[in-house]
Design a protein around this ligand. Structure first.
Ligand code: GDP
Length: 433
């Protein structure tokens, strides 16, 4: 879907506006204990049009009152977006920091909607007139807190956004498979990319007609062409002035959105970090096929190896279903192992289990391991089906709510019985009264 970014200096009410827009669209997520979800973009919808809403509220932790950086960081979000909502405090008017952002916005030549927030009553409407002077067109008076004016703002934003069909947001079928190479800074993404691409590097423009700058590369691996998405971001990273973690995550999310399979790169020279775990979680939440690649294997000695295997078991146990490839981007060792792993994960990601096989499997499973009786009642599974693949999604029709533990048990057995190596799977319930 097209991308709408919300930018503005700290405290103008960006987060409140984001909450207002996505209010009724709570994503369905598997509960994974111990993992905080800090989304930077959300699926949103207005008047039947789907779009991705990018929340830049997160930069406020980085900004620390350094004015120049607000504009600098907003710039990254704007580069990723198709249209921008620039929020300022309608009661304060345009400050010097706002003016700096406006300058940047003019240079970018992207559609901009000017939202004057905190206009909570009609008496205050006159406050927004001076904002015409910013040269960004008509200011939209809004109250993110009360919800007034946001409808008009969104109507205008939908007009400014291109139609979904023009964009690469929907994963196209056919063509080279799309790979997102992601991982925290310094794990060796750009080194690995160089090693894989060799001299055969083919740089391709992003989907025609888009204004976003990320560029993809076609790379041949295992006799097949693969499209590594947004590689420009990986190669350019070194030259970026503000490489804040928040924006690294934003880029990661964008790459994942465009890809079918994610290679999450880790490195043996440091313990598994919180950021590693978060990136893996993002890949899983995005519903992409997954391959874990462990880089810098040339640095491994006996002692480190001993601890590494324990670390992997402890910190990455929840994605033990993903194939793991050990590589060295430096020497090229095992670089030929990546393509088979990618193929395995993608094949399973597309797998469909027939309704017949699925129900035969469940019938046997439930007969051998019935759901525990709770308060004299025992929910029964009436029927199961797989309505979707990429990734596989299952729906169980039941006569009552299944225990979370029992649902996990079924999910685990599904994985063991059918091969879902390398793909997240989702199991939903529909309770029939
Ligand atoms: P990126 O930030 O993920 O793109 O990481 P880079 O590719 O820039 O690599 C970060 C650092 O790790 C650089 O100094 C690389 O030379 C080094 N590096 C990358 N891969 C390997 C590897 O396989 N072995 C060793 N020893 N060093 C590596």
């Amino acid at each position: 879907p097209p991308v709408l970014a919300i930018v503005g200096r700290p405290n103008v009410g960006k987060s409140t506006l984001v909450n207002r827009i996505i209010r009724s669209r709570e994503a369905v997520v598997e509960d994974v204990p111990g993992v905080t979800r800090d989304r930077v973009s959300y699926d949103a919808e207005w008047n039947g049009k789907d779009f991705t809403l990018v929340d830049t509220g997160g930069w406020e932790a980085d900004a620390k009152g350094v004015h120049k950086r607000v504009a600098e960081q907003a710039e990254i979000a704007v580069d990723e977006a198709d249209a921008v909502v620039f929020v300022l405090d309608g009661l304060v008017g345009a400050t010097a920091v706002d003016e700096a952002v406006v300058k940047m916005l003019r240079r970018k030549k992207k559609p901009v909607l000017l939202a004057a927030n905190k206009i909570d009553s009609t008496v205050q409407m006159s406050e927004v007139y001076p904002l015409w002077n910013l040269g960004l067109g008509e200011p939209f008076p809004v109250s993110a807190l009360h919800g007034t004016g946001t409808g008009d703002l969104l109507d205008a934003a939908m007009k400014a956004l291109p139609d979904t069909a023009q964009h690469g947001g929907m994963i196209p079928l056919g063509g080279p498979r799309r790979v997102a190479l992601v991982g925290r800074p310094n794990v060796g993404k750009s080194s690995l990319l160089n090693k894989l691409a060799g001299s055969e590097r083919v740089v391709v423009d992003n989907v025609a007609g888009t204004t976003r700058d990320p560029v993809d590369e076609l790379i041949e691996l295992g006799g097949e062409q693969w499209r590594f998405v947004d590689t420009a971001g990986i190669r350019r990273r070194q030259h970026m002035a503000s490489g804040s973690e928040y924006y690294a995550m934003l880029r990661t999310q964008r790459a994942l959105d465009k890809a079918e399979v994610a290679v999450v790169l880790l490195a043996v020279d440091e313990p598994v970090s919180e950021q590693d775990v978060r990136i893996i979680q993002m890949a899983v939440d995005s519903g992409r096929a997954l391959v874990l690649a462990y880089n810098k294997w040339d640095l491994l000695d006996e002692e480190r190896r001993y601890y590494l295997e324990r670390e992997i078991e402890r910190d990455l146990g929840h994605v033990a279903w993903a194939p793991r490839v050990n590589v060295s981007a430096k020497t090229g060792w095992h670089k030929d192992k990546l393509a088979p792993a990618l193929s395995t994960s993608l094949t399973n990601w597309e797998q469909r289990i027939s309704t017949g096989r699925l129900n035969a499997f469940l019938g046997e499973l439930v007969a051998a391991h019935p759901h525990p009786v709770r308060g004299g009642k025992q929910p029964r599974i009436l029927f199961a089906t797989q309505p979707a693949s990429r990734p596989p999604k299952f729906v169980l029709f039941t006569t009552g709510f299944l225990d979370p533990g029992y649902r996990r048990f079924i999910t685990r057995r599904l994985r063991e019985t059918f091969d879902f190596t390398g793909t997240p799977i989702e199991v939903q319930m529909r309770v029939r009264e």
